[in-house]
Every structure is written in C-alpha cells, then in structure tokens.
Design a protein around this ligand. Structure first.
Ligand code: ADP
Ligand code: MG
Length: 461
C-alpha cells in the first residue's frame, strides 16, 4: 500500500475511534473538514481551511489525535495541523467530507493580514491559577474566575473581567480555560482574542461561509473572548458577537469576556448588548500595590531559577508601578542581560540595565533631600554633613552627598559647591573620589545604590 493510502486509511480509522469516544456531532463535523495531506518521516500533516476549525481542533483534540496515531503507527511521532487558504487540489479520505472552497473575495473589507497567515492561538501553559498571585487588587476577579472554572452550577453568565493593560486579564482567561479543560476533557473550550474573532469572521464572510463560522462558534461549550472592546468598534462584528452571545446564553453555555473598561464605559457598544453583559458578573482588576508586585516578582523569579537577589526584587517592585507586564519585562531584561554579559545581578547592574525605563518613573531629586537622606543614612547630623569637619565619619558622607547631587540632579558644579558652602574644586575632588571607590569598595557601592533607590522612590529621610 502506498503512503497516501496508508495515511487516508489511518485517518479514517482515527476518526471512527474519535467518533466512538467523543460522541459529539459537532466534533465530527469539524473533523470532516480535516484533510490528511502527507506523511513525512515521523510526522503526519493534516490541513484544514477554516481557521475556526483549526483552532477548535488544535485546542481540544490534537493531542488526542496524536496519541491515537502514535498507538496505531509507532513510526509516527508528531501530528501537525496546518491552516491552509486554498485546498482545491486536495481530497479527503472521508466520504462525507465537504471541502471548504474559498470563494471569490467579496467587496467586504479584507483583513489586513494574509488569511493564510496563522495567528498563534494557544493557551499559554504558564498562565494557570497556580501561577497567578493574588492580592487585594485582583482577589475578586480571581475568586470569580475560579468559581466559573470549578463550579458547574454557576448562576452568572457571562463573567466579565475588566482592567487596564498588563494587569492579568489574559492570564485569568487562560487559567479558566485550562481548568475547565482539565475538569471536563469532553467539553469544547474556545479561547479567541478579539482579533482572532474578527479575522475568523471576515474569513468566513469573505468566503461566504458565515453559517460555518456561526455554527462553529455557537457549538462550543465554553467561549472565552479577550479584549472585546476591539470587536465593539466594528459594527458587523459587534452584531455577529451579539448573536453568538445570545445563542450561547440561551443554551446555557458559558461565556467569559475581558475588556479594558467596565460595560458602562465601553465605547461604541449597543445598549442592548451592554445590558446583557451587565446582567452577568462584572469584576475588575485594579493596579497591583507594592506588596502584590513584589509577590508576582518573587513568583516569576522562582520560575526563572531564583537568580535575582531580594533587594533587586524590592527595588523593581517599588520603582515599576505601571503594570505587571512591564514589571515582568524589567525582570526578564535584568536576567537576560546578566546571562548575556556575564555580570552579576545586583542593584548597580540593575539600575544600569534599566536606566532608560527607570528614567520614566523617576521623580526629580533635590539637593537638600540628598543631604538629609545621606546624613540620616550614616547617622550624622545635617550640620556635621554641611560642616568643614575633616573626620572620616563626616567627610565621606559629605563626599557621597556631593557625588549624588552631581549624578541625580541637573545642578552644575558651582551650584553644588554653593549648596555645600565649598568651592567647586572640592566638589570635583569628591565626585572623583567616590567614582573611584565605587569600583573598588563593594560595600560602599551597595550603600550608594540603596540611598539612590530611597531618594528616587521619594522616601523621607
Ligand atoms: P492583560 O491581558 O490584562 O493585558 P496579561 O494577562 O497579559 O495582562 O498579564 C501581563 C503579564 O503579567 C503576564 O505575563 C501575566 O502572567 C502577568 N501577570 C499579571 N497579573 C499577574 C498575577 N496576579 N500573578 C502573576 N502574573 C501576573
Ligand atoms: Mg490581554
């Protein structure tokens, strides 16, 4: 028997096996659209023309198909499911297969991206409930997400999670999808970003396959759509989404949505849809406080081999307040830099690596603040710091204060000299001395970094 026949026969057998175990008419409809196209070495290539079916199978059944195939044919290691725009020349092994033939493009606006270009639509294995750190700002959203994922008798639908960027919406949606799939492998769960929803919609609209799109999206047990504000900006997709929404709610299928604003503030949304969404459970995630930011960093640091010292984690948690994504980005950058350059990770290298981004968060530091902070740090009085006393206990902090004034403020040398009631050559000498010492004396370097952090964070002396 040649390769093609083997392939088609094996695929037909696997479909029969799946049909027997899954007993789901929708799954069989989806599988009937799959074309077994080739076997190359230890890989089987399946193709499908509908992006929607592609996602559904990939997210729900590909692993199962692969394990069935491996047990049928031990030479096979991997089963790939590819999305293909045009399949006119392909034929399916299954007699009942209807091949989706892409029709001529209609006048409808074509998607910007090439239709055959695959948008990765996968659930990130790192985004689970176990890796989600809970704090005051997200505890309600977390509790609601867990409830919907773990309690089959939920009374609310949809669950609507809103928050600014980078605060954990996508993470929670993925966590819900993972948990439902784990508890109910028989359920079909579909996660779509709104871009994917939009592209699938346009694809089927352009190929005159709207019934296909509708039937598919409405046939799932759980639908998760991320960032729905993007769908709402486009009237046709909003309308389609509304129908989908109503159809799923009527069948008591679960819907989980995320967006960047509460329903009342969503722009361009139809009032009826707004009301329907508000009838579910609306929860928000507020920006993380410093404690939660530190907890998240500690979690990520542990995942990455715990290479970052605690003082650097605290510094990042204190300085990067915008959102969790930026916080995580900063941590990754510090680690990547150390790996590439081979530098140790400490306060100095961190400040150097993150110079550009920290700059945005920095508050201006003033000369008197520096003097107070340094005096306080070294346990001497402000008078002694400003005095002419030459004892090391006073002279060194004074030099440090001059150095910090030079590096943290825009003041010129004569201005700094004025602040310290000295001439500017003394200031130059102080700056040079401390620059030299930082290179040799690790303890002093750490102290200066610590004072700098406190000053930038606006701590009171
Ligand atoms: P959003 O979808 O709201 O823009 P994401 O879910 O993509 O934000 O989150 C951005 C990054 O921050 C992700 O890597 C995510 O894992 C992480 N993150 C956000 N909140 C938390 C949290 N509470 N615990 C752990 N990681 C988090
Ligand atoms: Mg997101």
């Amino acid at each position: 028997m040649d390769n093609t026949n083997t392939l088609q026969l094996q695929w037909a057998e696997i479909c029969t096996q799946l049909e027997q175990t899954l007993r789901d008419r929708f799954v069989m409809r989806w599988l009937s659209k799959v074309i077994p196209s080739s076997i190359e070495n230890d890989q089987v290539n399946l193709t499908v023309t509908s992006p929607c079916i592609h996602e559904l199978i990939e997210q729900n059944y590909l692993e199962k198909i692969q394990s069935l195939w491996k047990s049928k044919n031990t030479n096979i290691n991997t089963v790939n499911l590819k999305l293909k725009a045009d399949s006119k020349t392909q034929e399916s092994a299954l007699p009942k297969t209807e091949i989706v033939q892409p029709a001529q493009q209609t006048t409808c606006v074509a998607p910007e991206k090439n239709e055959s270009e695959e948008i990765p639509c996968y659930l990130d294995p790192a985004h689970t409930f176990d890796t989600f750190v809970v704090g005051k700002s997200n505890q309600f959203a977390y509790a609601a997400a867990k409830k919907i994922a773990e309690d089959d008798s939920i009374s609310f639908n949809p669950l609507y999670i809103h928050a600014g960027v980078g605060l954990g919406k996508t993470h929670l949606l993925h966590a819900i999808a993972w948990r439902i799939k784990e508890r109910h492998p028989e359920k079909s769960v579909l996660y779509l970003s709104s871009e994917q929803f939009f592209q699938r919609f346009l694809h089927d609209l352009n190929t005159k396959n709207m019934d296909n799109f509708r039937a598919l999206v409405r046939s799932v047990d759980v639908l998760l759509i991320d960032d729905i504000q993007f769908i709402l900006g486009k009237p046709r997709t909003q309308e389609e989404f509304f129908y989908t929404f109503n159809a799923l709610v009527a069948e008591k299928k679960m819907i989980i949505l995320s967006a960047n604003a509460m329903p009342a503030q969503l722009q361009g949304i139809d009032d009826m849809l707004r009301t329907r969404i508000s009838q579910g459970l609306v929860v928000d995630i507020a920006p993380a406080d410093e404690n939660l930011r530190l907890g998240i960093l500690q979690g990520k640091n542990k995942e990455m081999g715990a290479v970052v010292p605690d003082d650097v984690l605290s510094f990042l948690a204190k300085s990067i307040t915008t959102n969790v994504r930026e916080l995580e980005g900063a941590l990754k950058r510090v680690i990547a830099h150390a790996e590439l350059i081979g530098n140790p990770i400490n306060m100095n290298t961190t400040q150097e690596v993150l110079k550009d981004i920290l700059h945005t968060y920095e508050r201006p530091v003033k000369a008197p603040e520096i003097q107070r902070m340094v005096a306080n740090y070294y346990n001497i009085s402000l008078d002694d710091l400003q005095s002419t006393r030459r004892d090391r206990a006073f002279a060194r902090p004074r030099q440090i204060a001059m150095y910090l004034t030079k590096t943290l403020t825009p003041l010129s040398l004569p201005d700094i000299a004025l602040c310290f009631k000295r001439d500017h050559t003394t200031v130059i000498h102080a700056v040079r001395t401390i620059e030299g010492l930082i290179q040799q004396d690790k303890k002093l370097a750490t102290q200066i970094a610590e004072i700098t952090t406190k000053l930038k964070a606006g701590e009171n002396a």
